[in-house]
Design a protein around this ligand. Sequence first.
Ligand code: GLU
Length: 287
Amino acid sequence: MSSAGAPASRFAPSPTGLLHKGHALSALTAAQVARDIGGRFILRIEDIDAERSRPAFETAILEDLAWLGLEWETPVRRQADHLEDYAAALERLRARGLIYRCFKTRAEVLADIGRAPHEPAQAYVGARLAEADETARLAAGEPYAWRLSIAAAREALGASWGDLEFIEEGRGPNGERGAQRSRPELSGDVILGRKGLGVAYHLAVVVDDARQGVTHVVRGEDLFEAVPVQRLLQALLDLPTPVYHHHRLLTGPDGRRLAKRDRSETLRALRASGVTPEALKAELGFG
Ligand code: GLU
């Protein structure tokens, strides 16, 4: 890539709905970080979820960001165009025995978590099935997910497991800032892919951030908890670790965090009601 080496920040929305004020805060923060580091500003369309992604939402994202006055590098990377990159990363992990097939249904996984009261909520830890059982299930065409084995990852990294750190330059949900110790074991054996459906979020993000030379990941603090798994994947795949910049989440009139269902707060609705980009930027602290 021609501009590799130059610092870069990114805004990485999923085209599963219209952008709202919270996305504007994210995009403006990422663009500000790019200016601060004298780097590139990248827009990435995270459309690996084919069920929920819509081309019309992607068009709306581009229009809304242009309305905000933002400019980004082209061509824009769309995850759906790069599934082979993610499949290759998954294969590298598989070849080293770092992932395993999990045939459990969601209900079975939840029941398993319920039976291990000392595990933190949602941290599922499983194991590869015995070969004969796995072969039989595969032959029967049973669906499965690829899970990252925390135990195998810990063994693969050896002593460097304890060095899994990252730098937070924004703030986490509890005010975390500066060097952070990464504890991926708290997330358990996360899903990295599914039979026939390709890759899951964590792996696609890590591969893309490295491919695009992203040095500064900017996003809402709800994704702070995603860093330890992503940091671990960077270590396992030999990819660089960017600096992280998480930002506060906006809340709607009801005090709850803004979500795609809050129609009145979409950039479209604000624009239709006469709000100007300047007024919105000023409200979000970019006056
Ligand atoms: N695509 C994700 C979202 O829209 C953001 C992923 C990230 O910034 O790492 O929530």
